[in-house]
Design a protein around this ligand. Sequence first.
Ligand code: HPA
Length: 246
Amino acid sequence: MSIDLALIGGTGLYRFPGLEDAEQIVVDTPFGAPSDPITRGRVGERTLAFLARHGSGHSIAPHRVNYRANLWALHSLGARNIIGVNAVGGIRDDMGPRAVVVPDQIIDYTHGRITSYSDAEGVKVEHIDFSEPYSASMRAAILAAAARAGIAVVAGGCYGATQGPRLETRAEIARMRRDGCDLVGMTGMPEAALAREIRLEYACISLVANWAAGCGDTAEISLDEIFANLEYATAQLPPIIAELLA
Ligand code: HPA
């Protein structure tokens, strides 16, 4: 059975609602186990695979996610089109809580993660072009589907990937704003680069959970607020995916 689209769900998205004939598949890879079993099912005529990036019980921190195993597992089941869904903080004025964004650039501030499949001695090193880090065709398909579904989406923006699991300081976000970041999240990298290495059509849908540190008018970021906003933003996803697969 081929897979038309795979979703990697982030914080707040641990299953995809409305999958028909869903089955759980346990996959192993040369890079270890993925975060969770993969759920494969139908949306109408199409096949969708879903993987919870942090595990279904949210037990895997951003810096401990096995990004290589996750993408390899989906690839080995036949997925070539992948959307990474990420909870983020908003920096740019039009990317406040509950916004849905399809970014087009990345700045990577993470460290100590395994960032390449060319990581073992003796394996030929591959240098990928990453000028445009996301698949142009996948981004266009998401934006067109959102327009057909009548869901407002911000097209483009720079995703700043931080190490986590803590949120950032105000000074860190001020620096990221000066650098040109519009969003901040903890899981956008190395996922996007690894996807490019194994030639997946990969794009990201960012769900804004909160104003990044110092961007809103509150002194602190409340976790209750994060989860309430995420619930709202996550509900925008199924109609976009349904249109994408129609
Ligand atoms: N920073 C980093 N990652 C996040 C945030 C944030 O403010 N909100 C949700 N994920």
